[in-house]
Design a protein. Structure first.
Length: 695
């Protein structure tokens, strides 16, 4: 094909296995062209809907408005937006970042044009008030559609709608800028060591990784970064206290410096934009706006949970920190805690991450995690190198159900790199939906088909070195299991409408499937399936497994309060009724002080790098992790009782929760699996805070 006849790949049917994204054919210039054409097509379809002379019905208005979810082969705007947003997180560069800044106002304007279109809302409202008898899933789609318009300003007057446009456009741009600033600041720092004595205490794996990082930057010696696989071992093992302090302060003062990446004013503005949006829509606070679609229901219930956890865990957490201080023999600073808590762990259990790392070779961990899914649900994974990927680190798999039928495509992106955000997440390139039988323009009948999902997990796990394969910590194994749990939620989706499928559930329910899977990381019978020494092939010794199990709750109370502190901070910002004018740093320190045990340093700041609540959709929702932890502990207690590999129990979990998406209220789904409501008891018992009651 000659260059002048090249067609934008987003405009074509993907000629790839399972119509997966043709990453190898997409160019930078394709994105903008596809965005603009996608908006044009979107506008055209909306015009068809609102100019339809027929009485508005569920079929010609709600499903048609939700047209990317079933009636048409694909929606161009959604197609390009999905790929572009995922690349901004997983494989970005300056050109993509600049394009994102350019497209953000256009895309937000278009979204507002749709949600604030009075004629479209008039049809939706008519159906909402005059619809035929609907199935429960159809009713949920209708309710979500109507409520989505209302929550996007459809009932506002002209002035209100115009103000909402301004607020959403500014908020979208600032969220993007927040993320770009954080990525640039994070990647800009490095600790370059040239004196080998400054590596004292560091295990060989950390030294090898740092040497590799230095070579990649054409430098002598060793380079440590703020990416977790580099940062965490340094803080745990380095005997050089001043260097630990340097790393800690770099990490905890990101985006606070006097430069273009400072996020302080961006955070203040985002908090106020969200408060004003909520109040414009009739809510007192942004938290009130968010809680309408949360299991918690209201901010009071969130605070009730957080304070219950503080009351239950704080006495133990104080003892934990006191024991670490005794080991340290000096006043602990924050950069000392990981170092001395590791010493306490060694003294108490003779166990640390480096002892286990040789048994957690990434390839074997992958086999173990896939094997767990097979043992529970009967599904299998087969790598397909014909499926295009966006980076050599990424592996693509076909997933088959227990009857051998095709279930999903699964991408796994394992290691940190320059253009990749920190952390770990699950995402989709295609959701699941059921396309009804329809007649094509040429008269051909296309039969009903279940469009299967393409899901991806993106992580920042330890990289291989020149001498060794990727060897993970137990914590990294847990991270893999967590994101894999999200992916199962996506892969098992089996609903009619994509907007209700997979992980499209309320945010304090979405972490249940992921946190549930983490439980297996310390289960003896699971570890025995894949934990073999990467050199000798010897299995992880029972004696080490015993130590893992005994040490499971090491620092559990401290870890719980850390999560609670983040929840308190989040709620403090988004329960504000008046304009936020405080200085971010002192406000932060006061907001979470009830759950903070270690000394707080005046210049450190979490808020300016707290992507979850500033740019990641968890604003007024970070408590969800603890809320879902109550659910996951309660759910896993069922498996512990009936058998952790019990296929009937797993099938019930799949049928009642994993495959149902957001088609019903999440508590109904959970109660259908559990046979009753969850309690906090299983979590307390799992963490050793409360002994198991005797029957």
């Amino acid at each position: 094909m000659t260059e002048d006849k090249r067609t934008n790949p987003f405009f074509l049917s993907y000629d790839t296995p399972h119509s997966t994204v043709p990453f190898d054919r997409i160019r930078l210039e394709d994105y903008e062209e596809a965005f603009l054409e996608g908006i044009r097509r979107d506008d055209e379809e909306i015009e068809k809907t609102i100019n339809n002379p027929d009485e508005p019905t569920f079929e010609n208005t709600i499903i048609r408005h939700d047209y990317s979810k079933g009636e048409y082969y694909y929606d161009l705007l959604e197609r390009v937006s999905t790929v572009f947003s995922n690349m901004l997180s997983a494989e970005t560069n300056d050109d993509l970042d600049n394009l994102a800044q350019k497209m953000s106002p256009l895309l937000t304007k278009h979204a507002n044009d749709v949600s604030l279109n009075p004629r479209l809302f008039e049809r939706v409202k008519y159906v909402y008030e005059h619809h035929r008898e609907l199935t429960s899933e159809e009713q949920m789609l209708l309710d979500n559609c109507y409520d989505g318009f209302v929550r996007s300003g459809a009932l506002l007057d002209k002035a209100g709608k115009e103000r909402l446009r301004q607020l959403t456009e500014e908020s979208s741009l600032l969220s993007l800028q927040f993320s770009q600033n954080l990525l640039k600041e994070n990647k800009a720092f490095e600790l370059h060591i040239t004196d080998e004595q400054d590596l004292d205490g560091l295990p060989e794996t950390a030294r090898e990784a740092a040497a590799l990082a230095a070579r990649e930057k054409n430098k002598e010696g060793w380079v440590f970064t703020l990416d977790h696989p580099s940062y965490a071992p340094f803080m745990t093992y380095s005997t050089r206290r001043e260097l630990r302090k340097q790393m800690y302060m770099a990490k905890n003062t990101l985006c606070t410096h006097d430069n273009s990446e400072n996020n302080i004013e961006i955070c203040k503005r985002l908090i106020n934009l969200r408060r004003e949006m909520a109040q414009l829509l009739g809510y007192e606070t942004y938290a009130d706006y968010v809680m309408k679609h949360r299991m918690a229901g209201n901010a009071d219930n969130v605070y009730k949970l957080l304070h219950e956890l503080i009351e239950a865990y704080k006495p133990t957490a104080l003892k934990e920190v006191e024991e670490v201080e005794k080991i340290g023999g000096e006043k602990l600073e924050p950069w000392d805690f990981s170092f001395y808590s590791h010493k306490l762990q060694m003294e108490r259990y003779n166990l640390d991450a480096e002892m286990l790392r040789p048994y957690f070779q990434l390839d074997k961990v992958i086999s173990g995690v896939f094997g767990l899914a097979n043992r529970l649900y009967g599904i299998t994974f087969k790598e397909n190198k014909d499926i295009p990927v966006y980076h050599p680190d990424v592996k693509a798999y076909e997933v088959f159900d227990k009857d051998g039928s095709y279930l999903a495509v699964f991408y796994a992106d394992f290691h940190p790199r320059k253009g990749k955000q920190g952390g770990a997440w699950m995402t989709e390139y295609q959701g699941q939906w059921i396309e009804k039988e329809r007649v094509l323009e040429n008269g051909e009948i296309r039969p009903e088909r279940n469009v299967r999902p393409h899901v991806s997990v993106v992580m920042n796990l330890t990289k291989p070195t020149e001498d060794n394969p990727a060897l993970l910590t137990l914590g990294e194994v847990e991270t893999f299991l967590h994101e894999f749990g999200h992916s199962l939620h996506g892969m098992f989706a089996n609903t009619r409408f994509e907007s209700l499928s997979g992980t499209n559930v309320w945010w304090d329910f979405v972490e249940l499937p992921s946190q549930f899977m983490e439980n297996y990381a310390v289960e003896r019978d699971f570890l025995r399936t894949f934990a073999f020494h990467y050199k000798t092939g010897e299995p992880l010794p029972d004696e080490l497994i015993d130590r893992i199990i005994r040490s499971r709750n090491f620092m559990a109370a401290y870890g719980c309060l850390r999560q609670v502190s983040f929840g308190l901070l989040d709620m403090a910002y988004y329960t504000k009724r008046d304009e936020f004018t405080d200085d971010i740093i002192p406000f932060e320190k006061d907001a979470w002080k009830e759950a903070i045990i270690l000394p707080q340093l005046p210049e450190t700041c979490m808020t300016v790098q707290f992507s979850h609540i500033m740019a990641g959709g968890y604003a007024a929702g970070y408590y969800s992790y603890k809320w879902a932890e109550v659910l996951d502990a309660d759910a896993f207690s069922v498996f512990k009782h009936e058998g952790i590999f019990n296929q009937e129990t797993a099938q019930r979990f799949r049928d009642c929760i994993l495959s149902r998406g957001g088609t019903e209220h999440p508590m109904k789904l959970y109660e259908r699996f559990r046979g009753g409501k969850p309690t906090i008891d299983a979590l307390l018992e799992r963490n050793g805070i409360k002994v198991t009651r005797k029957q």
